[in-house]
Design a protein around this ligand. Structure first.
Ligand code: NDP
Length: 235
């Protein structure tokens, strides 16, 4: 049974990934930052920490090592938005999103990748976004962070390939989670008009792709980005 770490697994897409991977017989640990909702995935191990804090990430990995739960598979999912038109965006809104969505990936991935490289096996999946390549009004910070993830994924895939470490990204379109449901209702209705599939995606539809990418048998799939967006943006 392989060990998986899912960042931001208490809600939304991360929670669906945790639940799906438990069904698939993985041993799953997930992180969250604020509070566990009542319906959190109880069959997994929950760890409260802030992925933007290097010390928190170090302490998490020490605890996992002690408990024989050190990740062989890492799903970098934790992410936030802080939308504003660029002419009104504060430096804090910009850096908070870049720190949470991109820099935190360095904090957790580097130590985990070093161990994967030594052991000759690893799977890393980074959750990007449709808006990395499509762009989105009000999301210069978010789009920059998610496009950064795709470049990071390709570069690390090249480095990890001969060590049995695959690195891929998944770019969801609009998925029914808190992040999307907090968008104003009239804007959401307009978004659906732009989705040829005629609906938002479901978190489990993302989780199934992650499950495919992390399988032992997927060891020749690396450096790839998977779009899951109901044909909203084709690239
Ligand atoms: P949610 O807002 O529903 O959940 C975010 C999760 O990340 C929560 O578990 C949250 O913990 C955790 N988190 C946020 N910041 C931190 C932090 N600093 N440290 C630790 N945990 C943190 O997000 P979604 O499920 O909608 O999104 C998941 C990922 O998918 C994100 O990277 C997002 O950008 C991406 N995505 C989502 C899309 C969508 O349509 N929903 C579309 C494209 C991409 P807590 O609850 O404790 O705050």
């Amino acid at each position: 049974m392989r060990n998986v770490l899912v960042t931001g697994g208490s809600r939304g897409i991360g929670k669906a990934i945790v639940e799906y991977l438990i069904e698939q017989n993985y041993r799953v640990v997930f992180t969250y930052k604020n509070a566990l909702p009542e319906d959190f995935p109880a069959a997994a191990i929950a760890m409260k920490l802030d992925m933007t804090e290097v010390a928190h990430c170090e302490s998490l990995l020490e605890q996992l090592e002690e408990q024989n739960l050190y990740p062989e598979i890492l799903i970098n999912n934790a992410g936030i938005t802080a939308d504003a038109m660029f002419h009104k965006m504060t430096a804090q809104q910009f850096s908070e999103v870049i720190n949470t969505n991109l820099i935190s990936i360095f904090n957790i991935t580097q130590p985990v990748y070093i161990k994967m490289r030594e052991k000759g096996f690893g799977r890393i999946v980074n959750i990007s976004s449709i808006n990395a390549r499509k762009g989105q009004i009000g999301q210069t910070n978010y789009c920059a962070s998610k496009a950064g993830i795709q470049g990071f994924t390709k570069a690390l895939a090249l480095e990890g390939a001969k060590f049995g470490v695959t690195v891929n990204s998944v770019s969801p379109g609009y998925i029914e989670t808190d992040m999307v449901m907090k968008i104003r209702e009239d804007i959401r209705a307009n978004l659906i008009k732009d989705i040829p599939a005629g609906r938002f995606g479901k978190p489990k539809e993302v989780a199934r792709v992650v499950g495919f990418l992390i399988a032992d048998e997927s060891d020749y799939i690396t450096g790839v980005n998977y779009d899951i967006n109901g044909a909203m943006h084709l690239s």
